[in-house]
Design a protein around this ligand. Structure first.
Ligand code: AMP
Ligand code: ZN
Length: 505
């Protein structure tokens, strides 16, 4: 940034406020350790590809992480990989999702887990989600899970033929996170003979007699596998220590999974009298659902849309990220072909705007400076935009309010382009849209089914251009008709200078 501009007046940054599901209010955020936030996000169960709804959960945690970084905190972020223990019902009933998938696909569970873990990490990279400080894999923590269960068993658990169960009435305020007793959720729990309370849950599931599971471990309660809820209590304790700052997940986890984690954490800590509000984390945060016409998108319903299928249809993955950022994380978001197409169009306009600025800023450096420097030196016409952006994301991650500031910055008159680019680069650190590095050409993703390549299309369009220059309109029309017959829509004079589009049925 050059020195010739009048320094903007220094603005105090907005205090960070986040919605805490424990209190159902937006509260000022303070990290337990100064300048360092510890965050744990429930990770995917790797028995299938993540669907776009699952990925919304990680766009949300990434926005949270980037906002904490924006506010000057260091962040330790853990995402776990659930490769054992998650049953077909969240409430500890049914089959293990991993075992069922391995049977259906006639593969080993380890192969299934490796394949879908890899696919998930690819999705994370494609969405420009920062890789966590550490991926913790559930099956790496089984000895710690057994030790955790041994510690809480005497005062909080009882053994049945099928496993070791947690007595939910043994901790105060069980289920408070769910906002009281969730009859609907617990009505879905399959009755297990001998359970003391409907909301009791298995922390260790014994292998059925005479049956060998692909994944099973010896334990004081016999051969078996850990319960899903136990995993997250153990891994968050092991990697972050209790209490840590923020625990995240989708809103479905507010009903059963997280209340069960909290109950286990309270039992493990045994600190109710000394710390009555102890849950294991200071903040519990939940993203709302991605829905489609059929309701909540879910893997178990089948027919879900993955990021891979979106890319195969020719949609750039960052268009999906932009779609997510266009809604507040606590609102439901409807996914449709139209909504993602609109997001792609907006992304094209933004990228075009940035490319245009870059072409005019030749030779000038516009890398994002440190925020404090930007605050102190930014052009006075841009300074209010920085302030508004900071206020928006600090207000419980209000990305829908932050996004229009990108367009406003691009359009701002009488401001040197390098100043605008610096500000956009700073905004993009929080939004993660890669606005300064992707080009319009990158956004043109080749649909998988397309029988014609972009190079062939461009060559045909060049030929048509020549025909038109030579006033050979018959040939020009023929070329256009031939392209249409191959699914290429030719858009002369498109305001986005997006001259063609592939229409797949
Ligand atoms: P799973 O792989 O089922 O354990 O889910 C991974 C994450 O996705 C969890 O945080 C879920 O709460 C979240 N999730 C599941 N379905 C949706 C949805 N339709 N919209 C948003 N988040 C979801
Ligand atoms: Zn979890």
């Amino acid at each position: 940034m050059s020195d010739q501009f009048t320094p903007a007046q220094q603005h105090a940054d907005a205090p960070l406020r986040l919605f805490n599901s424990l209190t159902r209010t937006v509260e000022p955020f303070t990290a337990i350790e100064p300048d360092h936030a510890r965050v744990y996000s429930c990770g995917p169960t790797v028995y299938n590809y993540a669907h776009l709804g699952n990925l919304r959960a990680y766009v949300f945690t990434d926005t949270l992480r980037r906002t904490l970084l924006w506010k000057g905190l260091a962040v330790t972020h853990i995402i776990n990989i659930t490769d054992v223990g998650h049953l077909t019902s969240d409430a500890d009933a049914g089959d293990d999702k991993m075992e069922a998938a391995a049977r259906a696909q006639a593969k080993s569970i380890w192969d299934i887990a490796a394949h879908y873990t890899q696919a998930f990490k690819q999705n994370i990279a494609d969405l420009n989600i920062l890789a966590p400080s550490e991926w913790t894999v559930a099956t790496d923590y089984v000895p710690q899970m057994i030790a955790f269960a041994e510690k809480i068993a005497p005062a909080h658990c009882y053994e049945l033929e099928t496993g070791l169960y947690f007595d939910s009435s043994s901790v105060p305020d069980y289920g408070a996170l769910a906002g009281g007793h969730d009859d609907a959720a617990h009505a879905r729990i399959d009755p297990v003979a001998g359970k003391r309370n409907p909301s009791d849950f298995a922390i260790w599931r014994k292998s059925p007699p005479g049956e060998q599971r692909q994944m099973e471990w010896d334990s004081p309660w016999g051969k078996g596998a850990p319960g899903w809820h136990l995993e997250c209590s153990v891994m968050s304790e092991a990697r972050l220590g209790h209490p840590f700052d923020i625990h995240t997940g989708g809103i479905d986890h507010r009903e059963i999974h997280h209340p069960n984690e909290i109950a286990q954490n309270q039992a493990y800590c045994g600190c109710h009298d000394a710390q009555p509000g102890f849950t294991g984390a200071q903040w519990w945060m939940h993203n709302n659902f991605l829905v489609d016409r059929q309701g909540k998108m879910s893997k178990s319903k089948g027919g879900f849309t993955t990021l891979f299928s979106l890319i195969d249809a020719g949609v750039h993955p960052l268009a999906y990220r932009l779609l997510c950022l266009g809604a507040h994380y606590r609102s439901e978001l409807e996914f449709s072909a139209d909504s993602v197409a609109a997001a792609l169009t907006r992304l094209k306009r933004l990228v075009m705007g940035v490319e245009n600025l870059k072409s005019r800023a030749e030779g000038v450096t516009w890398q994002s400076p440190r925020l404090e420097y930007l605050r102190a030196n930014l052009h006075p016409r841009l300074a209010p935009l920085l302030e508004q952006f900071d206020a928006a994301i600090s207000d419980d991650l209000m990305t829908p309010r932050a996004l229009p500031l990108l367009e406003e910055t691009i359009a701002m008159k009488k401001v040197p382009v390098d100043e605008k680019l610096c500000l956009l680069a700073a905004f993009d650190q929080a939004l993660g849209l890669n606005l300064l590095t992707i080009s319009r050409a990158d956004l043109r993703v080749q649909p998988k089914e397309a029988a014609i390549t972009p190079d062939e299309i461009e060559a045909e369009l060049d030929r048509r251009q020549t025909a038109r220059a030579e006033k050979d309109f018959a040939l020009s029309d023929d070329i256009r008709d031939a392209l249409i017959a191959r699914g290429v829509e030719v858009m002369d004079g498109d305001p986005l200078r997006w001259d063609w589009r592939l229409n797949l049925s």
